[in-house]
Design a protein around this ligand. Structure first.
Ligand SMILES: C[S@@+](CC[C@H](N)C(=O)[O-])C[C@H]1O[C@@H](n2cnc3c(N)ncnc32)[C@H](O)[C@@H]1O
Length: 311
């Protein structure tokens, strides 16, 4: 195991997975704003150790960003294994829906357990999330290889599978085997054969090959290890490959989702700034979410040997 992971595990023992029954909380929260929930920024402004932690966090994130570049490699060559500082995570005040673990001053949310799966297949999603517009914006081509990370029951996986066609493939990645079982059942019902379930870890999606596009719908804010996950995703992106985030708009108080389960575009851009990713466009046509597209920065190093051989 890399030294930085050992150090991260030692330094952040609080990152043990919480099996919080988000399903009921999530279904309660839909349809209403949660007015009393303090935002992260307002949570403890008078707390001077908090300000100190923020400053420390910024420096650690910068150091981590630099280390990520070293990890991913320079001038197209594989970087040697080396000791890296622990990612820029900071332990802070734990709010009701959060983990108390902060990344770029954002408290990481608990992830949704498989008990919430019915919420993912609610019919209202067609109107609330407009999957037709999402697929239009993804611009997938027949033959593309894509990944739906944190795919849940596959609400987007089968739609992506239609777009990439029989010659293409969609990897539906999950950390919960129960979700993968549900995904397999749904794909069978729909007679979809080009969606492949993958059991990833909280630090690595374990993508079996390089991909043209990675989609994360309502997932990124739940990653317990966003730095490690994104580094692993970048390594598995083909040159020019795209990473697409769909998150509830954190800028819009009218979006009836708890603050920790929303993200602003600015926050996403800040967190991606340490990675070999360039912001391409933010699509604002969805009713409650934004769709933020990044592309692998041209000339950025690629460590995986299969980049040229695999689709
Ligand atoms: C709110 S659900 C969204 C599911 C799906 N994207 C959708 O829109 O229907 C978030 C999912 O992300 C998964 N998840 C959280 N962290 C993950 C990680 N590091 N890798 C893969 N999946 C993850 C959770 O298990 C959960 O099923």
């Amino acid at each position: 195991m890399n030294l930085f992971l050992q150090r991260a595990a030692a330094e952040f023992p609080e990152t043990v997975i919480h099996f919080c029954p988000l399903s009921s909380e999530r279904s309660e929260e839909v349809g209403r704003v949660v007015p009393d929930e303090p935002s992260i920024r307002k949570a403890h402004p008078e707390d001077s150790p908090y300000l100190l932690r923020c400053a420390q966090n910024h420096f650690r994130c910068l150091a981590w960003g630099l280390s990520l570049s070293l990890l991913i490699g320079a001038n197209g060559r594989a970087a040697p294994e080396r000791e890296l500082p622990a990612p820029g995570y900071v332990t802070g005040r734990k709010t009701r829906d959060g983990t108390g673990k902060y990344y770029f001053d954002r408290e990481i949310a608990h992830y949704m357990t498989h008990e919430g799966a019915p919420w993912l297949d609610r019919p209202e999603r067609e109107v609330e999330e407009r999957p037709d517009l999402v697929l239009q914006a993804l611009q997938l081509k027949p033959g593309d290889v894509a990944a739906d990370i944190g795919c849940g029951t596959g609400y987007f996986s089968w739609r992506m599978a239609q777009a990439v066609g029989a010659q293409g493939r969609v990897y539906g990645v999950e950390i919960q085997q129960e979700m993968l079982d549900l995904l397999a059942g749904k794909m069978k019902e729909r007679a979809v054969t080009n969606v492949v379930g993958v059991l990833g870890t909280i630090e690595d999606p374990k993508l079996p090959q390089s991909v043209d596009l990675v989609l994360m719908v309502d997932v990124y804010h739940e990653f317990s290890h966003p730095a490690e996950m994104m580094a692993a995703i970048c390594r598995r992106l083909k040159p020019g490959g795209r990473v697409v985030f769909i998150e509830y708009r954190g800028e819009d108080p009218a979006v009836p989702i708890k603050p920790l389960h929303k993200m602003t575009e600015a926050q996403l851009k800040k967190e991606m700034s340490v990675l070999p990713l360039t912001h391409v466009v933010t699509v604002e046509t969805l009713p409650r979410q934004h769709l933020v597209i990044f592309q692998k920065t041209e000339g950025s190093p690629q460590r995986d040997k299969d980049t040229k051989t695999n689709r």
